[in-house]
Design a binder for this molecule. Sequence first.
Ligand SMILES: [Zn+2]
Length: 331
Amino acid sequence: MSLQTISGQATAKRMLGASLRSGRVSHAYLFSGPGGSSRRKVAEAFAKALLCERGAELGDACGECLSCRKVEHGNHPDLQTVVPGGASIKIEQIRELQKMFSYRSGSAGRKVYIIDEAEKMTVQASNSLLKFLEEPPAPAVAILLSENGQALLPTIRSRTQLVPFTSMGAEDILSELAAEGLATPAARCAAYLTPGPDECRELAAENWFAEIRNVVIQLGKESIGRSGASLVTAQQKVFKGGLGEHLESLFDLFHLWFRDMIHVQSERREHIVFIDQMEFISQVAGSRSTEYWIACMSMTAESKKKLKSNMNTQLCLEQFLVELVPLAGSI
Ligand SMILES: [Zn+2]
């Protein structure tokens, strides 16, 4: 793997490539933003390039030198990775890192360490790292990874160069998956709910995700009628079916479902997410006003908020389904 072979994250890759080529490598980088797997991939590729014999010349790893091969085999002595041991990164882990780095290594060159989920460092671990950043025992480059760099101590943040990470667009995720023959209807939904292709593949492969997607389709169809069928379905398929813990995804999918109705109304069928339900969506979209579908989307957002504030999950879904019906009469 090299920087150039990783898809997406153009800004981050450009910054890092320029850093390598100009020889102005910082002591510490903070990779911050969504997409855990692409943060890790870019960090590994950058570390490899920093250690590569031709890294400065290529602005990337060559993939052929001894150092590159060691990184690929996961046994380069000058590259260390720290991940949370349980819920946090503890001071012992940072001390261990410092100890590893104070040993003399095979080469006189720089050392690199990656700290994944850096926001999980305890205050003691952060303070210990801070000293390390200020006075490394040998030339070292720190790569700190975080979903939200703002969550790190300001004293650490101010000593790092920020490298921003962004969610990859759903269409780009889908074209990558399509090239692998994985563009299933479930993957199409997952692409809109995940920051990158790896997360999308993972989510689409979950059984519960396929199940809850089917439930959304069924509830979406039932809530067009006026019977209480959707409440029965919610009870049986969601709560008795063991899907109660995935309500947030259910509301996310409902949001996409309602948005599909608007896509049909505005003749943008190529954006439809529930492509396997195209026929039904085409039939129903025009039977309600655009305001109605927008109000439905707001309701899904409201329900997600209620979930986050710890409302009882069953009550939350039932309230949502009950409120959908009079809404149809009023708009
Ligand atoms: Zn190399």
